[in-house]
Design a protein around this ligand. Structure first.
Ligand code: PLP
Length: 395
């Protein structure tokens, strides 16, 4: 039992309130000791215990911390899961996810994912006897065909980074469950405001909270949201054993960021759509990858399974030289890795996020040297478009 004086953890909204309300309140109620409306940052590594086997619900901060607990409850509620666990980065969360596996297990995953995820699978986890099959998960038949008796997990990103391909979560979940396999979804690109994979049948959701959940580009983090008691047990045990947990300060920043997730995502969505339409008509842009455009191959699916299209857009500029000119000419947009912040961020996947998969891997996926990825921020739409227009003029 946790001491009510320390931090009264909210029972989650009993009758489900709407998303924007839960983002602000779930996991958090005013501090029972002082009435403070924000969850305090509990800067402590340990907790005094009254006697052997008697404590206030906390023993050591690697295991639990009230600030992190509040955050974990909050994200579990927003994704519609039963447990949340927070880690020091998105990669730390994915690493923890794979402790559900053991040597000899097989995983099917999207052929187009964040390059760091592919690097973890191919260069680290494969050394521990896990095997991976990469398929185009937008084609459900390819997922079904790749599942083998030793397959334990299908792991997907949708929309994918950076090609924005969309996978039918419900169809893949149905295939997985028929074959006794779990489905995990990296929901980083849309956030739970725009897509809720668990409601569509996913078993586990992960996020790099560094992106839209935090929203302010001021902290790394990752979360895993589970739906079964064994997920909660394993992920808590992994936090305890491996220690890659989110700090109290970063947990606080994340809780603070999530409070405005709904309003931020509405603006990201409006700006994303406006920018995509502008880019689609621009003569210097050879191709626009954005699920919100009618000509995107999975536009209808995105409309059906997402609450919006988000603000991640990739464009083909035609060459490395054009991409470089475009990057150098930006005045408002920042040429930087990462995404999901309030500021517009532009990155060059071939040399940044997807450098690790090599030229051959990139060619297979269509990640050319001229491809640029834009994370449209929430600045004024007219200013973002004017900046992109003047940067495109330099090509
Ligand atoms: C889709 C996706 N998943 C996971 C990660 C890894 O997250 P982090 O950088 O927080 O470790 C990233 C990072 O860019 C990402 O884009």
């Amino acid at each position: 039992m946790k001491d009510e004086r320390l931090w009264k953890r909210t029972k989650m909204s009993e009758k489900k309130l709407h998303f924007a309300t839960r983002a602000i309140h779930d996991g958090q109620s005013p501090d029972a000791l002082t009435g403070a409306v924000n969850v305090p940052i509990y800067l402590t590594s340990t907790y005094q215990q009254e006697a052997i086997g008697h404590n206030k619900g906390h023993e050591y901060a690697r295991l639990t911390n009230p600030t992190r607990d509040a955050l974990e409850d909050n994200v579990a509620s927003l994704e519609g899961g039963t447990s949340g666990h927070a880690f020091a980065s998105g990669m730390a969360a994915i690493t923890a996810l794979f402790t559900l596996m053991k040597s000899g297990d097989h995983v099917v995953c999207s052929d187009n994912m964040y390059g760091g995820t592919t690097r973890l699978f191919d260069q680290v986890l494969s050394r521990y006897g896990l095997t991976f099959t990469y398929v185009n998960t937008s084609d459900v038949d390819q997922v079904a065909a790749a599942i083998r008796p030793e397959t334990k997990l299908v792991h997907i990103e949708t929309p994918t980074n950076p090609m924005m391909a969309v996978t039918d979560i419900k169809a893949v979940a149905d295939v997985c469950h028929t074959k006794g396999v779990e489905l995990s979804v990296d929901n980083t690109f849309l956030s739970p405001y725009l897509q809720q994979p668990i409601a569509l049948g996913a078993d586990i959701v992960m996020h790099s909270t560094t992106k839209f959940l935090n929203g302010h580009s001021d902290g790394l983090g990752g979360v895993l949201i589970g739906t079964k008691p064994e997920h909660a047990e394993t992920f808590r045990f992994v936090q305890k054993c491996t220690g890659g947990i989110l700090s109290p300060f970063d947990s606080y920043l994340l809780l603070r960021g999530i409070k405005t997730l709904a309003v931020r995502m509405k603006q990201h969505e409006a700006n994303g759509l406006a920018v995509a339409r502008f880019l689609q008509k621009h003569p210097k842009v050879k191709r626009v990858y954005y699920p919100g455009l009618d000509n995107h191959p999975q536009h209808e699916l995105a409309k059906r399974q997402q609450r919006g299209f988000g603000s991640m857009i990739s464009i083909e500029t035609g060459s490395l030289k054009n991409a470089d000119r475009f990057a150098r000419a930006l005045r408002l947009g920042l040429f930087a890795e990462s995404l999901g912040g309030v500021e517009t961020l532009v990155c060059h996947p071939a040399s940044m996020t997807h450098a690790a998969i090599g030229q051959e891997g990139r060619t297979k996926l269509g990640i050319t040297d001229g491809l640029m990825r834009i994370s449209v921020g929430i600045e004024d739409e007219a200013d973002i478009i004017a900046d992109l227009a003047q940067a495109l003029d330099s090509i």
